[in-house]
Design a protein around this ligand. Structure first.
Ligand code: GLN
Length: 189
């Protein structure tokens, strides 16, 4: 039986667990690096990436997460989770896990648009997806291993590279399960 972990240090943790359970899978809140051995895929939720990376460092998650990824276990980063996976960040801030060849701009939609919802066409989906953005980042550029799944106003907001999936928006805050289904397919492969 598939067991999907959600990093449970800060942010939108319960919402992801609920989605996983609604689809009939086991969801585990991950609070310690040794729990990574029990799971088949990991979600890095939204929250505040600066806080998250400090907590991940103090709980010793950095190296174990690199190993998790090197073992080809799928990772799904939403919003702040996408920021943490990026190889490069815009501005002077150093990137963190650097597992995905994307350059990310944090809080990219500006103060005017703290949060908003739009329906977006997604590569591989047969109809538009309701995307909820909250102080969201976007992807400024991608390496050639990266598959762009969606753009909004010319900015990349969903992408995939091998076993890593990212969205700038929050699929756990909508009824539509398709991003979770996509991630589960990636795990089953
Ligand atoms: N602005 C946050 C950050 O850059 C992300 C916001 C979110 O995850 N909803 O860390």
């Amino acid at each position: 039986f598939l067991n999907i972990g959600v990093l449970g240090l800060q942010g939108a943790v319960e919402e992801h667990i609920k989605k996983i359970q609604e689809l009939g899978y086991h969801g585990t809140i991950i609070k310690k690096p040794d729990q990574l051995d029990q799971i088949d895929g990991l979600i890095l939720p939204g929250g505040e990436s600066t806080t998250l990376r400090k907590l991940m460092d103090s709980y010793g998650f950095f190296q174990p997460l690199l190993e998790f990824s090197a073992n080809k276990k799928p990772i799904f980063g939403t919003c702040a989770g996408m920021v943490l996976l990026a190889k490069k960040l815009e501005g002077s801030e150093e990137a963190y896990l650097k597992l995905m060849d994307i350059r990310v701009k944090r809080n990219a939609f500006g103060r005017q648009r703290e949060s908003f919802e739009v329906t977006l066409p997604i590569q591989g989906f047969t109809s538009d997806f309701p995307a909820v953005f909250i102080r969201a980042p976007y992807i400024e550029s991608v390496g050639n291993q990266v598959e762009v799944l969606s753009t909004y106003k010319g900015h990349i907001v969903a992408a995939k590279q091998e076993q890593i999936l990212v969205t700038a928006f929050h699929p756990e805050l909508t009824e539509d399960p398709r991003f979770f289904q996509l991630f589960i397919q990636m795990i089953k492969k």
